[in-house]
Ligand binder design. Structure first.
Ligand SMILES: [Zn+2]
Length: 440
């Protein structure tokens, strides 16, 4: 097999990103007395490694064989046993993980990895959506949401507001730190997605005060208070609306149609056998009760030979015939947060409870955040690491990629992630390749 020179951006290689995450963990204060046998960054990094390697549980690590690799690849001095990991991580407040997400994001910015992902006039498309990733009748912690059923029984649950930079033409997504939707004070007073969105947006602007963003969400978010929150934080939006939930808006659109104020536009895609039909108008009130909140409206029909799909959105962006098609694609790309982002959490998390543990305070949330952080680092590699991409291409699926990665990790002593990728690409003995490093 001919060796291939792969271009690697050294600050965005897997090894560099793992070091960056480790450095972030080094700054998290340890709540324990000074003389501890395993340092907090080691415990956090072990949990990160578990999610990074997609190990089904801590017990799946054969520690005898893997500890050396966790040391060389992930920089972990001492690996805790699973009980100890749960015990140490349970009191750690998830808020300490935020700077680690931000530092990985900044590294992507510095490496110019995000530039190709701008959607419109230098703005990125940011999808927000709530999801539930855990529920149980029996297992619970102080952070669990409580759902009381008619018969008086309780279901405990964990939800989060997820956020990811998406692009209609690109598979990779860049998740930001999610906002947990949790029971704040150990009582049965539930948090909700709307409050979580307010907290999320405020923190987003603290972390990224100048980032140009267009937020895209489903129709639950199309309400005046939320739109005001977005506007207060200098965020544009493309939000879904539904006739059933926004009857007043649709009546206003109908009235505007009769008055000749609505613009229609059609585009034919003969190759795909589709007709794209739009109608849009500007400056229409969203609710009768909030006449001051005025929005632009887009309605869209994708008409195939035997199927019609229908969508509608509101936006603060100016809509023209020239770019209504592009805006529609941005609105439709929202599904990527479900399919590309939450699925990772859910596929791995289907046995989340059983495999990783719940804790009494924050453990469940800390694990969910670390899983999302590992996913962010995976996505960064997918975008920027030629080695990762070459191995992925060769093996054909990520499932196989993670399987082979774990198998090698459990079997051989490795010095770095790059060596692991080289071994997967060329076989274990062959490792002398010319890798030009660029300094971006
Ligand atoms: Zn809980």
């Amino acid at each position: 097999m001919a060796s291939v020179a792969l271009k690697v951006r050294k600050h965005l290689s897997a090894d560099a990103l793992f070091r960056l995450v480790h450095t972030g963990f080094d700054h998290i204060p340890d709540y324990r007395p000074a003389d501890v046998d395993i340092a907090l960054p080691d415990v956090l990094m072990s949990a990160f490694a578990m999610f990074s390697l997609k190990a089904p549980s801590l017990l799946a690590f054969d520690k005898e064989r893997t500890e050396g690799n966790l040391h060389t690849i992930y920089g972990i001095q001492r690996v805790p046993c699973d009980t100890y990991m749960r015990e140490i991580l349970d009191p750690v407040s998830p808020k300490w993980l935020r700077p680690v997400f931000t530092s990985v994001f900044r590294q992507l910015q510095r490496g110019k990895a995000l530039e190709s992902r701008t959607f419109l006039d230098g703005h990125y498309l940011l999808a927000l959506d709530g999801t539930e990733y855990f529920s149980s009748k029996t297992i619970h912690c102080a952070s669990c949401l409580h759902r009381v059923h008619r018969n008086g029984s309780l279901t405990y649950a964990h939800q989060l507001l997820g956020a990811a930079i998406i692009h209609p033409d690109q598979r990779a997504v860049i998740p930001l730190m999610p906002e947990p939707i949790i029971n704040r004070d150990g009582t049965d007073k539930n948090d909700c997605e709307r409050n979580a969105a307010k907290r999320f947006v405020a923190k987003l602007r603290q972390d990224h005060p100048h980032l140009k963003l267009i937020v895209t969400e489903d129709s639950l978010s199309s309400n005046a208070p939320h739109i005001e929150t977005l506007q207060d934080h200098d965020l544009h939006y493309i939000l879904g609306v539904k006739e059933g939930d926004h009857a007043y808006l649709f009546q206003e659109v109908q009235a505007a149609e009769h008055a000749g104020r609505v613009i229609s536009y059609e585009r034919h895609d003969r190759a795909a056998g589709l007709v794209h039909r739009f109608r849009f108008l500007h400056d229409v009130p969203l609710h009768a009760s909030h006449a001051e909140v005025r929005v632009n409206f887009i309605e869209y029909w994708e008409m195939g030979q035997d199927k019609v799909q229908h969508f509608s959105w509101i936006t603060d962006l100016r809509v023209t015939k020239r770019h209504v098609f592009h805006l529609m694609r941005g609105g439709r790309a929202r599904w990527k947060i479900e399919n590309e982002t939450f699925n990772t959490l859910k596929n791995q998390g289907s046995h989340f409870e059983h495999n990783y543990g719940h804790g009494e305070q924050h453990l469940s949330v800390v694990f969910a955040m670390l899983m999302m952080l590992a996913f962010l680092v995976d996505q960064a590699q997918q975008l920027c690491c030629a080695w990762f991409r070459a191995v992925w291409r060769k093996l054909g699926s990520k499932r196989l990629l993670w399987e082979r990665m774990r198998a090698l990790c459990y079997t051989y002593a490795l010095t770095s992630m790059r060596q692991l990728f080289e071994a997967l690409l060329y076989g274990f003995k062959r490792s002398s390749l010319l890798i030009p490093m660029d300094s971006s």
